[in-house]
Design a protein around this ligand. Structure first.
Ligand code: ZN
Ligand code: ZN
Length: 144
């Protein structure tokens, strides 16, 4: 994404969500949409992205800080991507728009990683709970 202010090219990312329940049942993207927008700013995901950038210095990826910035458009602050050079906010709307374009474009760069969410998220999804050597979802629930 080109910075609207200083015109530097920045690299953003988005999460093509594949999530698994405690028992390892695949959670379909439609089911995971409940908050996929904020998903990319979860500390575990940001960590994964930073780690990738660190390990692939050859790609020369420019990812600015991810933090709360004030947006004059919505007159409020929210967690956002920003320019690595001038720290200008990349508004949610523009980022979403770019994401939508990417959804249907050939992927130039993808990275698959695994994270463990530190916070337990509960969503009711019908599935055969077959944990194999993992945990029954119900057990996890009771452990809390
Ligand atoms: Zn900039
Ligand atoms: Zn289960």
């Amino acid at each position: 994404m080109e910075c609207w202010k200083c015109h530097e090219i920045n690299h953003l990312y988005y999460v093509e969500s594949t999530f698994y329940s405690a028992c390892n049942a695949r959670i379909l993207p439609e089911e995971a949409l409940w908050q996929s927008n904020s998903m990319k700013f979860r500390p575990e995901i940001v960590e994964l992205a930073r780690h990738f950038i660190e390990n692939r210095k050859d790609l020369d990826l420019k990812l600015g800080q991810i933090k709360s910035r004030y947006s004059h458009t919505v007159e409020d602050s929210y967690t956002s991507f920003g320019c690595f050079k001038c720290d200008s906010i990349f508004g949610d709307w523009y980022v979403m728009d770019a994401e939508m374009d990417m959804l249907y474009a050939p992927k130039e760069l993808t990275h698959q990683g695994e994270i463990h969410l530190k916070q337990i998220i509960e969503i009711p999804i019908r599935h055969w709970c077959f944990p194999d050597n993992r945990q029954f979802c119900e057990q996890l629930h009771r452990k809390e």
